[in-house]
Design a protein around this ligand. Structure first.
Ligand code: PEP
Ligand code: MN
Length: 337
């Protein structure tokens, strides 16, 4: 349930209410909006609790949270969550662009890509150091060496780093280097990993599992939020269908669907969503038009020789042209980009 406090409650009043919620065996999440402070009381909620909370002087009203995802729901927090890290802003009227190679391959490759995507307007640099590959014989990533190269690229360019973490025991290591931790599609339902990144105080980019429903996607985000990390961006990266003309099928309707249900920002990944470089630019434009809060795009200086995902990677020149086009769409909608 959501306990809506009367305007401007003191810290003590909020703390007192949190303690009462916890005494009932529920978890209390305090959400301070610009207008109201609410306490989301989540857990095994019994019928009589609502009336008990309603009886307190400092409480304005108590409402049940109908959605299965409680903290992610717009019912709990109607104001949009905006993620800000370095110059990367995702949401709140700004389309944040993250670009870079699928995998970190060498110092030269990362540095060159970072310089070029920055010049084209990206604010985040992506690059996998720990790679989830379908085959155990494929390139698995440069691991910590790759993280060091990403950090060096940040040092020079100021771009915010986004990189994947695949297992709970690497969370501390990856978090020491990166600005945003990415949870890959294959790990969307790795609940121990979700809880582990929920304890980190850095933003999380949560990718949709290739066969996950929207409720499963939102409940995966809920695992992170439930640990106290309020900075989660949801990334639609395409789902598996019967269709074979693209690598995955990219449902852009996810953007307005999710926006009606969650305050979390939505990022579109047209690279994995299509698997085909020539389809990426039009899908970027469409994603901005659909209201996406961010884009994550694979860019490689030499896609033909990329260690992974070359077929869907843009050259820096094509990426720069895509950015130009997207900026026009963003301008038409009064968005910053
Ligand atoms: C990636 O970002 O390179 C990646 C592996 O993405 P996904 O988890 O969406 O497949
Ligand atoms: Mn990739």
């Amino acid at each position: 349930m959501i306990i809506v406090m009367k305007p401007n409650p003191s810290r003590e009043v909020v703390q007192g209410m949190v303690e009462r919620v916890e005494k009932m065996g529920l978890k209390a999440h305090v959400i301070e909006g610009t207008e109201r402070t609410v306490i989301a009381a989540v857990g095994d909620d019994r019928k009589g609790n609502k009336a008990v909370f309603e009886s307190y002087e400092e409480v304005e009203k108590v409402m049940p949270i109908l959605a299965p995802y409680k903290i992610a729901s717009v019912e709990t927090k109607p104001e949009s969550t905006v993620i800000k890290v370095r110059d990367l802003v995702i949401g709140g009227g700004t389309v944040g662009v993250i670009a870079g190679p699928c995998s970190v391959e060498s110092e030269e490759q990362v540095m060159e890509t970072a310089r070029q995507v920055k010049a084209a307007g990206a604010k985040g640099l992506r690059g996998g150091a720990f790679k989830p590959r379908t085959s155990p014989y494929s390139f698995q990533g440069m691991k910590e060496e790759g993280l060091k190269l990403l950090a060096a690229a940040r040092e020079e360019t100021g771009l915010a780093i986004v990189t994947e973490v695949m297992t709970p025991h690497h969370v501390e290591l990856v978090a020491a280097y990166t600005d945003v931790l990415q949870i890959g599609a294959r790990n969307m339902q790795n609940y121990h990993l979700l809880q582990a990144v929920g304890e980190v105080r850095k933003p999380i980019l949560l990718k949709r599992g290739a066969s996950a429903s929207m409720d499963e996607f939102l409940l995966a985000a809920e695992y992170i939020l439930d640990q106290g990390n309020q900075e989660v961006a949801l990334c639609e990266r395409g789902i598996r269908t019967f269709e074979t003309h693209t690598r995955f099928t990219l449902p852009l309707a996810s953007v307005p669907y999710l926006k009606a249900r969650t305050h979390l920002p939505i990022v579109i990944d047209p690279s994995h969503g299509t698997g085909v470089a020539s389809l990426v630019t039009p899908m970027c434009r469409a994603a901005v038009a659909a209201g996406a809060d961010g884009l994550i795009i694979e860019v490689h200086p030499d896609p033909k020789n990329a260690a992974s995902d070359g077929a869907q990677s843009l050259t820096p020149e094509v990426f720069a042209a895509a950015m130009e086009q997207c900026r026009k769409v963003a301008n038409a909608l009064d968005l910053n980009m």
